[in-house]
Design a protein around this ligand. Structure first.
Ligand SMILES: Nc1ncnc2c1ncn2[C@@H]1O[C@H](COP(=O)(O)OP(=O)(O)OP(=O)(O)O)[C@@H](O)[C@H]1O
Ligand SMILES: [Mg+2]
Length: 472
């Protein structure tokens, strides 16, 4: 049985995400490199033109008389790709080469004052806008103290820049694919594969958690994955010992249930026989027979309660809507059988309150709580006339709330500490400590809850809520 959790779709899996993210990051890095790269390409290109212009100017200066014939000027300018070249010193024109009627320039770029950001934005604008006629000026390399200016058209610059940008783009793509590929392989090895191994091992354990051989096979790594593996191994070992303990307890519980069952039958026989003893006239027998019968009664009750609790789970409640008041009346009647004379048992449920519950289960809950109250009141030294048990109930928005209140002494310290714990909480002779546990199980099977609202010298109040079916 292999579930499909091991391999999610490639793009949803860690591998796919790693691949895409790496490519994006490398491309983002490439953009950061690309912008300064085209800016410096443009500046270099223009400096190059200035250098050529300088050579042309120097050649022209060498001509006799400083006068450059138009034919010679055309040849010299051809070499620089410019319309005109001007050499200035201290603001005064020294030499000028130009084709006949050169076009006017639309923008001037002085290479002596080029900021980094301006260079980037100028370079971008060359690439996206229509080419213009521009003038580029700067300090010549050899003619110190002078200023040389070239008037040229941007077409060639734009073409060269686009070619350069294309090369950078291809290079970036190749770089990002290579880096992404390498990162992919590396991360797959150090991260994705170990995580898959962990998942596989978890599944293997889940399929057979009780088998010691299904605990994780550790890779012995020293990194975080290794720590996770070790922690998982420790957790699996704990879980296994817990499971083992539970299955021992379950076996023990079964054995106890069987013993209780047979013991109850034997006790029932003993009870019938001891019932006959009451017919014997002997005063000693008359004195002890009722006590014997009472102890047998309690023993039988104990066995029956243990048997009930030993059942793996209660059957799901068979719910129906019915009038709560008569059921409370019935529960109080039963509890009254054990109540001492003088105790008052009050049914304070509002008439007409309907509850959505399993009759039998609710009866058991109420009898358990009412019997507890009776037992608590019976243990009070005070006048029994003050002893009172009252059950009230009302309907709220989502269901019914029931309160069982008594004027008893409240919970003992021990009973309070072990509230709702099986076999632990009993604070009275003959009690098994299962009543409240069973009551809570039954209430929770209805989707409701039970709580001890108050307990002290003034008495004890339990509140339970039973939500209606559609809302539970
Ligand atoms: N109304 C109450 N007033 C005071 N103490 C109570 C009250 N209800 C329960 N207790 C305490 O809580 C303990 C646990 O109650 P629980 O019903 O679980 O077990 P039990 O009554 O001892 O035995 P059984 O399983 O026969 O009901 C009781 O022994 C008692 O000490
Ligand atoms: Mg009880």
């Amino acid at each position: 049985m292999t579930r499909n959790v091991l391999r999610p779709a490639f793009w949803r899996g860690l591998s796919g995400k790693v691949l895409v993210l790496t490519m994006l990051f490398v491309l983002a890095g490439e953009v950061l490199i690309f912008l300064p790269s085209i800016a410096s390409f443009r500046l270099n290109w223009m400096e190059n033109r200035l250098g050529l212009a300088e050579v042309a100017v120097m050649a022209a200066a060498a001509s006799p008389g400083g006068e450059v014939p138009p034919e010679a000027a055309r040849v010299l300018l051809n070499g620089t790709g410019a319309y005109a070249v001007t050499l200035t010193r201290n603001g005064l024109p020294q030499l000028k080469l130009n084709i006949p009627s050169p076009p006017l320039h639309e923008a001037v770029f002085d290479l002596r004052h080029q900021g980094a950001f301006m260079a980037v934005s100028d370079a971008l604008s060359v690439m996206v806008s229509a080419p213009r006629t521009i003038a580029v000026g700067g300090t010549p390399l050899h003619l110190k103290g002078s200023y040389v200016e070239v008037v040229l058209h941007e077409t060639m610059l734009k073409q060269d820049m686009l070619r350069h940008a294309g090369n950078v783009l291809i290079y970036s793509l190749m770089l990002s694919l290579t880096v992404a590929g390498l990162m992919f392989i590396a991360l797959n090895r150090v991260f994705v594969r170990p995580v898959r191994h962990l998942t596989r091992e978890m599944l293997r354990f889940a399929q057979n958690p009780e088998n010691p051989a299904s605990t994780i096979r550790q890779s012995g790594r020293l990194d975080e994955v290794g720590v996770a593996e070790r922690e998982l191994a420790a957790m699996q070992a704990d879980l296994q010992s817990l499971l083992q303990q539970k299955s021992h307890l379950a076996a023990l519980g079964l054995a106890v249930s069987k013993i209780s069952h047979d013991l109850r039958n034997m006790l029932a026989t003993a009870q019938i026989i001891s019932g006959r003893l009451s017919d014997v006239d002997d005063p000693t027998v008359q004195k002890f027979a009722p006590k014997l019968i009472a102890s047998l009664d309690r023993a039988i009750d104990f066995c029956a309660a243990t048997l009930r609790f030993g059942k793996a789970s209660e059957a799901p409640p068979r719910r129906e809507r019915f009038d709560l008041r008569p059921l409370v009346e019935e529960a109080l009647e039963t509890a009254k059988l054990e109540a001492a004379a003088g105790m008052t048992l009050v049914n304070a449920v509002e008439p007409g309150v309907e509850i959505d519950a399993d009759r039998e289960a609710l009866m058991r809950i109420l009898i358990n709580l009412a019997r507890n109250a009776v037992a608590a009141l019976a243990a009070m030294p005070q006048a029994q006339s003050l002893a009172k048990i009252s059950i009230s109930g009302w309907r709220g928005h989502q269901g019914v709330t029931i309160e069982i209140a008594d004027t008893g002494p409240g919970f003992s310290q021990r009973a309070r500490e072990h509230l709702f714990e099986p076999f632990q909480g009993s604070g009275r002779a003959g009690g098994t400590g299962l009543g409240l546990v069973i009551a809570r199980e039954l209430v929770e099977a209805h989707g409701g809850g039970i709580e001890l609202v108050a307990s002290g010298p003034a008495g004890t109040v339990f509140r339970l809520s039973i939500p209606d079916r559609s809302l539970s």
